[in-house]
Structures are given as C-alpha cells and as structure tokens.
Design a protein around this ligand. Structure first.
Ligand code: PMP
Length: 284
C-alpha cells in the first residue's frame, strides 16, 4: 500500500511520524473519509469543504489548495488498488514540545492520506438490516468538527458491539436524536423522511446531504427538524447513512423490531436511488 505523508508518496511500512505529533499527544487534528468509485473520489468538493470547516473549527490553516488536494488524492488513488477505494485523510497540528497551547510560531502540520479497498455492505445486510442500541450522547458540543479525537465515539461504538449490535444511535439530553457513533440517522414516519438538523451536535454527513437531495428530486416528503427520542422508538423505519455504509436499514433497536422488523418502503426506494446516483456520478 502506498500512502501520502507530508508531500511524499511511500510504502506504508516506511511511513514514520514523531511521538511528539500533536495528533498522537492531544488528538489535535481533523480527518475526512472519501469514498472512491471507479477511481473517482465521490463528492470531492463537498468533502474538501467539510475539511475546511473542520480546519477552521480548530484554527489550523489548510496545507493545500483544493486543486492541490485533488492532485494528491488522484495520485494516491492511481498508486493503489482496486478501482473502488476509500481515502482516509488526516491533518494534525504537527510536531512540537508537549504544551496544550498551539505551538508559537506554528510548526508544519502533519498531512497524511491513505487509500484502502472499499467494501460496501453485502446483499445479506441490505436484506436483513442491522441491529442498533440507543446510548446517551455524551460527546462535546462541536460534533460538526470531524476531529481525530474520537474516544467518545470509540466507546459508544464499542458499547454497541458488546451488545451484539452494529451501531449506537445517540440520544442527547435523554430527549432527542443526534446521529450514530459513526453515521447519520434518519427516521421514517407515515411515509415521511425526518432528518435531524445540521447543527453543532452532529457531523454534517456527505451521504446525509445526498439522501436529502435524492428525496427532493424524487418527490419524497421530508422534513429537517429535531427528532424526539419518542419518535425514534415509534419510527416506522430507521435509516443509517455513511460514506462507507451508504444506506442501511436499522431493523432492530434495543432488541425490539423497528416497524415490522424488516427493511421498509423508504429504504427500498432510497437504496436504489443512491446506487443509481453513484453510478451516474461515475459516468460523468
Ligand atoms: N456522523 C459521524 C459521527 C461520522 O463519523 C460519520 C462518518 N463516518 C457520519 C456521521 C457520516 O458522514 P459521511 O456521510 O460524510 O460519511
């Protein structure tokens, strides 16, 4: 596997980062995950915009222009296999003597990207849907920043795994839905798609946006608003989205069936629309 680190491409075995890197010491950095279909990054401009938002959120200068990012990422894709990949891109505040405050003067950021083979959910999972648990959202108040400091998300996902589930669905203040530990969550009720608002309490998912665009373009009724915990438990369907999972139906919640316990009509509508959209983008 060939990776990109601080301006050079190299085999992953040769990549070295200092133990004083602020990403290692403080989790002081941000990241992106970008799916690549047929060697083309999906929604690259949107991912780079979100990266800029994350960098602004932690007051770190973007090391590259959009064009330079595109060059780096296309070269990374070309140097790796297979045609469908996903890029993990990671920027930290660099290497400095340990001190919470930013290094002054600033030091060069650590810029790292790798590309892995992309495996999208298998047919069995699309047919069965996944099981989730609900967990209290105990994260900070800047969940809109794609921070590499993921300990809360790690613990929340682990709680799901220990309960035999695929994902944790997060409930803030014992009152309303925010998102999943590493995904966005939609509720379906009476044929309408409900989405939590993109605020500081959730990551603005790129897949989330695609789903709402597809709903708008296909006359699927939807509403973006706070969704109560009661609405989550009373949902006809629950949908999970992320760049690597695409769209999945949540069919069990806290051990009980969601709706009739099988992927429902909204999933049956949106999943093929998403697949068609993906293929269309690949052709362009
Ligand atoms: N929320 C969180 C906390 C995430 O980590 C992710 C992505 N892994 C998402 C939502 C989904 O975002 P995207 O659709 O851009 O992958």
């Amino acid at each position: 596997m060939t990776i990109y680190l601080n301006g050079s491409f190299m085999p992953i075995e040769e990549a070295r980062v200092s133990v004083l890197d602020r990403g290692f010491i403080f989790g002081d950095g941000v990241y992106e995950v970008i799916p690549v279909y047929s060697r083309r990054p999906f929604r690259l401009a949107e991912h780079l915009q979100r990266l800029q938002h994350s960098l602004d959120g932690i007051k770190l200068k973007n090391p590259h222009s959009e064009n330079k990012w595109a060059d780096v990422l296309y070269e990374l894709i070309a140097r790796n296999e297979p045609d469908d990949q996903y890029i993990y891109l990671h920027i930290t505040r660099g290497v400095a003597k340990r001190d919470h405050a930013f290094p002054n003067p600033p030091v060069p950021p650590t810029v790292f990207a790798l590309s892995n083979p992309l495996t999208t959910p298998p047919a069995e999972l699309l047919q069965s849907g996944i099981a989730c648990i609900t967990v209290a959202d105990n994260r900070w108040l800047r969940c809109d920043i794609k921070s590499i400091a993921l300990l809360p998300n790690v613990l929340l996902r682990q709680a799901a795994v220990e309960a035999g589930c695929a994902e944790a669905i997060l409930i803030r203040d014992d009152a309303f839905l925010t998102e999943g530990a590493a995904s966005n969550i939609f509720v379906v009720k009476n044929g309408k798609l409900l989405a939590p608002p993109k605020d500081n309490l959730m990551l603005p998912g790129i897949t989330y946006d695609v789903i709402l665009e597809l709903a708008a373009a296909n006359s699927i009724p939807y509403e973006v608003r706070r969704i109560t915990k009661t609405e989550v438990f009373g949902a006809d369907e629950l949908l999970l989205t992320s760049s690597t999972k695409e769209v999945l139906a949540v069919t069990t919640l806290d051990g009980k069936p969601v709706g009739n316990g099988r992927p429902g009509a909204m999933f049956a509508r949106l999943h093929p629309l998403y697949q068609a959209f993906k293929r269309d983008v690949m052709r362009k």
